[in-house]
Design a binder for this molecule. Structure first.
Ligand SMILES: [Zn+2]
Length: 97
C-alpha cells in the first residue's frame, strides 16, 4: 500500500544500526551526511539513499532539501527505476506523480 506521508524525521549522525521503519525519513548529518534515507513509500520496501545539499537542484548528484520544524522536503521528485515509483517529498508528505 502506498504511503501518503512519513510520520517523522529521525536525525542521525551515524549510520543506521537498526532496520529502518517504513514511515520514518532518516536525515543523516555530520560526517556521513548530508543524506536522506527511507524505505520506498510504494510498499516495495527498497532502501533509498540520496545525497542532499541545501540549495542544490538535483538529481544528477545531489537533491536539494529543506528541513524546518521537523518537516523535510526534497527537490526535485524521486524516480525509482526499480519499482517505477515517482513522487515528491514535501514537508514529509508523499505526493505521487
Ligand atoms: Zn517502491
Amino acid at each position: 500500500m502506498r504511503l501518503m506521508a512519513f510520520h517523522r524525521v529521525e536525525v542521525l549522525a551515524e549510520p543506521l544500526l537498526t532496520p529502518p521503519l517504513p514511515d520514518v525519513l532518516y536525515l543523516f548529518l555530520g560526517e556521513i551526511g548530508p543524506a536522506v534515507g527511507f524505505l520506498c513509500p510504494c510498499g516495495c520496501k527498497t532502501w533509498t539513499y540520496l545525497r542532499i545539499k541545501e540549495g542544490a537542484c538535483g538529481p544528477d548528484r545531489e537533491w536539494g532539501y529543506s528541513f524546518h520544524d521537523g518537516k523535510l522536503s526534497l527537490t526535485p521528485s524521486v524516480l525509482d527505476r526499480r519499482c517505477k515509483s515517482h513522487f515528491f517529498i514535501r514537508e514529509n508528505r508523499v505526493e505521487w506523480c
